[in-house]
Ligand binder design. Sequence first.
Ligand code: DC
Length: 229
Amino acid sequence: MYSFRTKQMSVPVITIDGPGGSGKGTIAMRLAQNLGWHYLDSGALYRIVAVVAMERAIEADNEQALGELAEHLEFSLSFTGDNVATLLDGIRITPKLRSEEAGVFASNIAVVPAVRAALVQRQREFRKLPGLVAEGRDMGTVIFPDAKLKIFLTASVEARADRRYKQLKEKGENVNLSRLFRDIEKRDIRDMSRSISPLTPAQDAQLIDSTEMSIEMVLEEIHKLLEEN
Ligand code: DC
């Protein structure tokens, strides 16, 4: 029988993993737009759980409460043009999600096994025709191991801190560059050293270092790799 799972597995996926500030968000979104495919910002799922947990004063070590939240919380992510809207109870919460505070707490709760387990299936549901571009930390290693193309995008800590600084400044957030640098380093260590689904390239991933590259150059490189695959 042709099951739903078999049908889903035939939908092509491109994964873009890497640390924060590597440019994977912008690049994945642009790639999805170019191809007319769906887009998954997996970090947004962790950020949603983090923001709600903070509002409800759930601590990062309360595995049971966090796991239940990740499993049952109703939210929607939609992608139109170059915009991702996150709705929680019908209310747009996108700006809150993008704060540095939400990112740091998201990284803290991302080490909780029950949270990761609850989000596996929720992420796979984004796999729909004609295709999906998924970005995060474990897209190529854990969530979509059969992806047709896997990219691991990196950049130096200095370049990433600089990019984040500009992004946050544009949004009117009050930021300090050296603190941002330290936070990024700390977050990298936590994301790379956790025991489940750490941030690491899949064995069959193509590595791209974007330190000296523009978004256009990275996109061109990915399109080239797509043609070769
Ligand atoms: O990509 P981001 O900055 O929005 O992600 C926020 C945090 O969520 C990140 O520091 C770790 C966690 N995360 C994860 O553990 N796995 C993913 N696939 C995506 C994000």
